[in-house]
Design a protein around this ligand. Structure first.
Ligand code: UD1
Length: 342
């Protein structure tokens, strides 16, 4: 029987890019997704890019009985890449139970079936949000996990703990958590990309929607941070580089190259970029002029965060390769494609 990789949330932004990289590396992929925050059009995009149609089942990973039938039907799964989760910081503050239920129950269910069905490996989609505002920058995996700044952030912390506790009690299971910094950009084909529903929370979709005329202006949240130009700093990572890291992490588990049952890696570029620099990069890469204005800080935002990625560089042999300008250009191409598709 052919070995299959289950990708939960594989229709979403990072999931769909990872599915493409998995297929292009020769893996057979099964996607489950409840389409709560994604569009099935991404499946066609994956098909067009790769020339292959991965198996897809619309399924909510929180539904244990559906998940049981799924695993009984698909006995060839050897590893899970778990993306399926809610991710809006603001929504998690106004509706924490929605976040705790969805993000935690889905992860618990998957771990339950990994034990029951002898599926040994998981690559988990974690976030730099677990660090809060770190005392030292760049932040390494050794930095303490601080009290989360939002229920969303807390779900990522608790999910990591649930995984590590489960592995400690069941040594046949192995997992790698990947703590992403800020993923941006789109596939160079512009056939898949980020698809915010409603008004985007995140910077780059807001930039591209403003440039194309859906929004009047970008609001830059704060110019009096303790940073060189006063705007907040993040580590923006091209989503294709990020997707490739998942393939490498998966191979590390499958080839038994992991040094511990549970490993954690930061994934970023290692470089901090301010909001104003990000805008300049967009303008340089696309030739578009962006209408923006400085407004007050966004509550709950941290001042600056970028990653020490040397562990991933050394252990995974992975490094972010694509530039910020390239990420902005692909995000722009994707926005244009979306407008034509409408
Ligand atoms: C947040 C979360 C991150 C999560 C991500 C996904 C934290 C610390 N970070 O990232 O874990 O994975 O959301 O949704 O909880 N900005 C503007 N104007 C805008 C939008 C953003 O100036 O209209 C600025 C923000 O103030 C920030 C930067 O752009 O400085 C990036 O913001 P955003 O894309 O929302 O990501 P984070 O808040 O870093």
């Amino acid at each position: 029987m052919k070995k299959q990789i289950l990708v939960t949330g594989g229709i979403g932004y990072i999931g769909s890019h990872t599915v493409v990289e998995l297929i292009e590396s020769g893996f057979e992929v099964i996607i489950v997704d409840n389409l709560s925050n994604s569009s099935i059009a991404a499946l066609n995009g994956i098909g067009e890019i790769t020339g292959k149609s991965p198996l897809f089942e619309k399924l909510d990973v929180c539904n244990k009985s559906q998940l049981r039938s799924f695993f009984e039907k698909h006995a060839g799964i050897v590893a899970i890449i778990h993306f399926a989760a809610f991710k809006s910081v603001g929504e998690s503050v106004s509706n924490p139970l929605k976040y705790y239920y969805n993000n935690l129950v889905s992860t618990i269910n998957l771990l339950h079936f990994m034990k029951e069905k002898d599926i040994p490996y998981m690559v988990f989609s974690s976030s730099c949000t677990v660090y809060g505002q770190p005392d030292e920058l760049p932040v390494s995996e050794e930095a303490p996990v601080k009290k989360a700044m939002s229920p969303y952030g807390n779900t990522k912390q608790v999910m990591e703990e649930i995984i590590s506790d489960t592995l400690a009690s069941t040594p046949s299971l192995k997992a790698i958590s990947l703590r992403y910094f800020n993923p941006i950009g789109a596939h160079p084909s512009a056939l898949i990309g980020e698809l915010p529903i409603g008004i985007p929370d995140n910077l780059v979709p807001f930039i591209t929607q403003t440039a194309i005329g859906i929004r009047d202006e970008l609001k830059v949240f704060g110019d009096d941070y303790n940073t060189p130009d006063g705007s907040a700093i993040r580590d923006y990572l091209h989503v294709v580089d990020l997707a490739k890291a998942h393939v490498v992490a998966l191979q590390r588990l499958l080839n038994k190259q992991n040094k511990e049952n549970y490993e954690v890696f930061n994934l970023g570029t290692g470089e901090g970029v301010s909001v104003l620099e990000a805008i300049k990069s967009f303008e340089r890469a696309t030739g578009e002029k962006l209408n923006y204005k400085i407004v007050d800080k966004r509550p709950g935002d941290i001042e600056k965060l970028w990653g020490d990625t040397s562990l991933a560089n050394k252990e995974l042999g992975w490094k972010a390769e694509k530039s910020l300008d390239d990420a902005m250009l692909t995000a722009w191409k994707w926005e244009n494609y979306l407008q034509k598709r409408k």
